[in-house]
Design a protein around this ligand. Structure first.
Ligand code: TUI
Length: 314
C-alpha cells in the first residue's frame, strides 16, 4: 500500500487527485473518483455560483467521501464561485491559471484545505508564504492552460522550494508515471486525461474516442501569441487556430475563433469546431474503465515499480 502525507491531510486512501477539467469535471465524476479512494474535483470553470452549488449538491448525493472544487482564476465569476466554495465548506479547493493569494484567508477560515496549481517555482514560494496546505506542480505536458516547464524538471525544483507536500501533475497516466514523480520528491499525483475516459465521466463519447485513439504526438499547443498557451488534441479546429496565430489575424479575431470551442467538444462532440483539451499522456490512455478501477490499477503498478526501483544498485 502507498500512504503519504497527502492521504492524511485530505483524508483519502490513495494520494491521487482528479484534475479540474472545464466542461468535464462535474459532480458525478468527482464523486466516482472520491468513492474510488482518490480526491474527486468539481471544476467551477467559467460558470457562476448556481452551477457550482448544483454540482456540489450532486457530488454530496453520490458520496460521503471528501471532494474538492477547482477555481479557474481567469473566470469572470471567480469572486462568486470562491465564496460558494467557502459557504459550502468543501473539503479542498484547488486553483489554476493564476495567483489565488487574495482568496486564501477566506478559504482557510472555512476550514478548507487550499492546494494551488503552480507552473513555476516563484509562485510556489509566494503561495507557501500565503498559507497553502500543499502545492500541485503542473508540468507543460498537461492538457488545457499550460506553463513552459516540463514535469521532470518542475517537480524537483518545486520540492526544493517548499516545505509543503508536493503533488505532481502533467504527463502522468499510469503507475510508472506515479512512481517516477515519487522519485522526484512528489508525495501525490493529479491526473486529468486518464479520468476523462472514466465510465462516470459525462463528456461526449467522441471526446473519449479521440483520447483513446491518440498517439504520442497527438497534441498541439495554441494560444501562445495571446499569452495563454493551451494544449489540445490536433483537430481541424486546433490546426486552423495554430495557422491563424501566425498569419497576422488580430487578437480579437483569434479570441472569437476560440470562443465556445470547449463546450462544442465536451457537450456536442463536434469533431470540426470543438477544442478537445488533453495532455500529452493521452497517448497512454487505452480504454474506458470505472474511476475506481483506474485508481486501483495505477497504484498496483506504482507499488510494483517502486518496489523494483533499487534493482540496478550494486
Ligand atoms: O488551469 C489549468 N488548466 C486549465 S484552465 C482552463 S480554462 C481555459 N480555457 C480556455 C483558455 C484558457 C483557459 C483549461 N485548462 N491548469 C493549472 C495551471 N495553472 N497551469 C498553469 C497555471 C498557472 C499559470 C500561471 C498558474 C499560475 C500562473 O501564474 C500567473 C500569475 O499570476 O502569477
Amino acid at each position: 500500500m502507498i500512504k503519504t502525507p497527502v492521504c492524511d491531510i485530505l483524508g483519502i486512501e490513495n494520494p491521487i487527485l482528479q484534475g479540474g477539467m472545464a466542461w468535464i469535471a462535474d459532480g458525478r465524476l468527482a464523486a466516482a473518483v472520491s468513492n474510488g479512494g482518490g480526491l474527486g474535483i468539481i471544476s467551477a470553470m467559467n460558470a457562476g455560483a448556481d452551477y457550482l452549488r448544483e454540482q456540489i449538491r450532486t457530488a454530496r448525493s453520490l458520496t460521503d467521501k471528501p471532494f474538492g472544487v477547482n477555481i479557474m482564476l481567469m473566470s469572470p465569476f471567480v469572486e462568486e464561485v470562491s465564496r460558494v466554495a467557502a459557504e459550502e465548506k468543501v473539503a479542498v479547493v484547488t486553483t489554476g491559471a493564476g495567483n489565488p493569494a487574495r482568496f486564501i484567508p477566506m478559504w482557510k477560515d472555512a476550514g478548507i484545505k487550499v492546494i494551488p496549481v503552480v507552473a513555476s517555482v516563484a509562485l510556489c514560494k509566494l503561495l507557501t508564504r500565503a498559507g497553502a496546505d500543499a502545492i500541485i506542480a503542473e508540468g507543460g505536458e498537461s492538457g488545457g492552460h499550460v506553463g513552459e516547464t516540463s514535469t521532470l524538471v518542475l517537480v524537483p525544483q518545486v520540492c526544493d522550494a517548499t516545505r509543503l507536500p508536493v503533488i505532481a501533475a502533467g504527463g502522468i497516466a499510469d503507475g510508472r508515471g506515479v512512481a517516477a514523480c515519487f522519485l522526484l520528491g512528489a508525495v501525490g499525483v493529479q491526473l486529468g486525461t486518464r479520468f476523462l475516459v472514466a465510465d462516470e465521466c459525462s463528456v461526449h463519447e467522441n471526446y473519449k474516442d479521440k483520447i483513446i485513439a491518440a498517439n504520442d504526438i497527438a497534441t498541439i499547443t495554441t494560444g501562445k501569441r495571446l499569452g495563454h498557451p493551451v494544449r489540445s488534441l490536433k483537430t481541424p479546429f486546433s490546426r486552423a487556430y495554430y495557422k491563424a496565430e501566425y498569419s497576422g489575424m488580430s487578437d480579437d479575431e483569434l479570441e472569437a475563433l476560440g470562443g465556445g470551442a470547449l463546450r462544442l467538444a465536451a457537450v456536442e462532440g463536434d469533431l470540426e469546431k470543438g477544442c478537445f483539451l488533453a495532455g500529452q499522456a493521452a497517448g497512454m490512455v487505452r480504454r474506458r474503465q470505472p474511476a475506481a478501477e483506474i485508481i486501483r490499477e495505477i497504484f498496483e503498478e506504482a507499488e510494483n515499480v517502486l518496489s523494483g526501483a533499487s534493482r540496478w544498485i550494486r
